[in-house]
Design a binder for this molecule. Sequence first.
Ligand code: BJW
Ligand code: ZN
Length: 252
Amino acid sequence: MTILTDSMQDNVERAANLLRDAEHVIALTGAGISKESNVPTFRGTDGLWRKYNAMDLATPQAFNRNPDLVWEWYAWRQNLIASCMPNPAHNTLAEWERRGLLQALITQNVDGLHRRAGSERVYEVHGNIWAVKCISCDYRDRLHEPVQVTPRCPHCDELLRPDVVWFGESLDSELLGHVYEELNRADLCLVVGTSAVVQPAASFPLVIKNRGGIIIEVNVEPTPLTGAADLHIDGKAGEVLPAIDRALLSLS
Ligand code: BJW
Ligand code: ZN
């Protein structure tokens, strides 16, 4: 178990009190929650965008230009993610859902680690790395292993693409409708491991804040949301979330 500094422990206890008193808690997670599972983040010192240009890989234009290159990158990430396991931060959120403390989990991550940890009320707003869809017809499927060659549609023979949301693409409108229902019900948003720069997800917590709700942010760095947060806990998700859980258990 990690030993926390006094100020960190104070913040952890404040978070536990806020969570205990809230009525409808939701979480928004980003790549930072999976960092301790060894899934690379996008931004930051060893983030994916340091090595690769987002515009060469995560846009529909990039896929039209060079589908093999884009698939090569996704296949590399699928291989990497297949060998990763959920960490104590994913596990804590799953446990809070089972205990009725967490009503919904909105994630920008495509790695599927929240579901693997046991979370069920998960909204994967940027899609899932194991999902594919045809660029021409309505065909969709789930992969069971990393792709080896650029896959094609069994119905129309056009290219299949990863069913994820690239820059310039809209998020699924039905899913977004459910997300906004949650945002409009929630009185506390726990924001974990996101740089909060990619819209519209970065603004989700502000919907709650603007209705008088609370934002608790857990991140190893400040973000554009930090100013709006009622509490920023500067620490690793895999250490802070289990610490909040211990504090919650000692309250009850
Ligand atoms: C730890 C930690 C530890 C590390 N513990 N913490 C308004 C203004 C300007 C631009 C726009 C705008 N509205 C829309 C746009 C355009 C664009 C956008 O937001 N651009 C900005 C970058 C400026 N948005 C879009 O295009 C979106 N679509 C859209 O808005 O549609 C409507 C529309 C259409 C056309 C025109 C205009 C509007 C779609 C966005 C899709 C993003 N897709 C990606 C790829 C997904 C597929 C894949 O994974 O391959 O999603 S990009 C990438 O960024 C990925 C992530 O989900 C997303 C967010 O990243 P995240 O999770 O925050 O990760 P990092 O790496 O940025 O941060 C990690 C954090 O963890 C850091 O803070 C660390 O400190 C922290 N950390 N270790 C705790 N152990
Ligand atoms: Zn097709």
